[in-house]
Design a protein around this ligand. Structure first.
Ligand SMILES: C[S@@+](CC[C@H](N)C(=O)[O-])C[C@H]1O[C@@H](n2cnc3c(N)ncnc32)[C@H](O)[C@@H]1O
Length: 223
C-alpha cells in the first residue's frame, strides 16, 4: 500500500502546502508586475513632466502656453506681405512654425522642451511641411537669430527687455519682429493687430536698431 493510502491526512497536508506555495509565488509574481508597471509609469510620467517643469522653474519662467487660433492668424496677417525665413522663439508645439510654412515661409522653431520639438517634427511631417520647417532643441539665449528676416516671440514681460537688446544687436535691418500677447518695453511698434490676449505688435528692425545705436551713443540721456 502507498504512503498516501497509509497516511491520507499527511498526503492532503502536503497537497495543501504545495497549493499555498504556488499561490504565494503567483501572488508575489503579481506583486512584481504591479510594482514594475507602477514604477515604470512613474518614471515615464517624470520623464514627460520634467522638461515642462524645468522651463517653468527657470530664472525667467516661460511656460508652454500655446498661441490661440486668432493669435496665429494675427501673426500671419501681419506678415502677409513678407517672405523668406521666419523663426518662432520658444516654438512650443510648432503651431506658428507649421502655419508659417503653409504660407510659404522657410520656418524654424527653437524650443527648450525636447518633447515639444519631437511632437512639432511629427506634426510637420503629418501636415506635409517637413521640408520647409526645422525644429531645434535649444535655449533661446544661446543661439543667434541673425539669419532670420521674420521673428515671432510669444514671451513673458520679464524677458522682453533682455530680448530687445539681443534682437537689436543680432537682426538685419530688413527684419520684422512680431510680439504676441506682451509687447517689447521700449520699441515703438509700426502697427498692432487683434485685441485682448490675441494682440500682436509688429516692429521694424530699421527703427529699433537705430534707437539702440542712439541709446549707445548717448547713454546718459536714457538713465
Ligand atoms: C508661451 S509658449 C509659446 C509657444 C509657441 N510659440 C506658441 O505661440 O504657440 C513659450 C515656449 O517657450 C519655451 N521656452 C521656455 N524657455 C525657453 C528657452 N530658454 N529657450 C527656448 N524655449 C524656451 C517653452 O517651453 C514654451 O514652449
Amino acid at each position: 500500500m502507498s504512503q498516501e493510502g497509509l497516511f491520507p491526512d499527511s498526503a492532503a497536508a502536503g497537497q495543501l502546502k504545495n497549493d499555498v506555495k504556488e499561490k504565494r509565488s503567483s501572488v508575489s509574481r503579481v506583486g512584481v508586475v504591479v510594482t514594475g508597471v507602477l514604477g515604470g509609469s512613474l518614471v515615464a510620467l517624470y520623464a514627460v513632466a520634467a522638461p515642462f517643469l524645468a522651463t517653468a522653474l527657470r530664472k525667467v519662467c516661460l511656460p508652454f502656453v500655446p498661441a490661440t487660433t486668432a493669435q496665429v492668424e494675427n501673426v500671419l496677417g501681419s506678415l502677409r506681405a513678407r517672405s523668406g525665413t521666419l523663426v518662432d522663439i520658444g516654438s512650443g508645439d510648432g503651431r506658428i512654425v507649421i502655419a508659417a510654412a503653409k504660407h510659404g515661409f522657410q520656418a524654424s522653431g527653437f524650443e527648450l522642451n525636447p518633447w515639444l520639438v519631437w511632437y512639432s517634427r511629427y506634426k510637420a511631417m503629418r501636415e506635409g511641411v517637413h521640408r520647409s520647417t526645422s525644429f531645434h532643441i535649444s535655449d533661446l539665449w544661446k543661439v543667434s537669430f541673425a539669419q532670420y528676416s521674420n521673428v515671432v516671440i510669444f514671451g513673458v514681460p520679464q524677458m522682453m527687455d533682455q530680448l530687445e537688446l539681443k534682437l537689436a544687436s543680432e537682426l538685419p535691418s530688413t527684419a520684422k519682429v512680431v510680439a504676441c500677447r506682451f509687447p517689447f518695453p521700449t520699441w515703438v511698434p509700426e502697427h498692432t493687430a487683434g485685441e485682448g490676449i490675441d494682440t500682436v505688435w509688429v516692429y521694424d528692425a530699421k527703427t529699433f536698431k537705430s534707437h539702440l545705436q542712439h541709446r549707445m551713443a548717448t547713454p546718459d540721456s536714457h538713465t
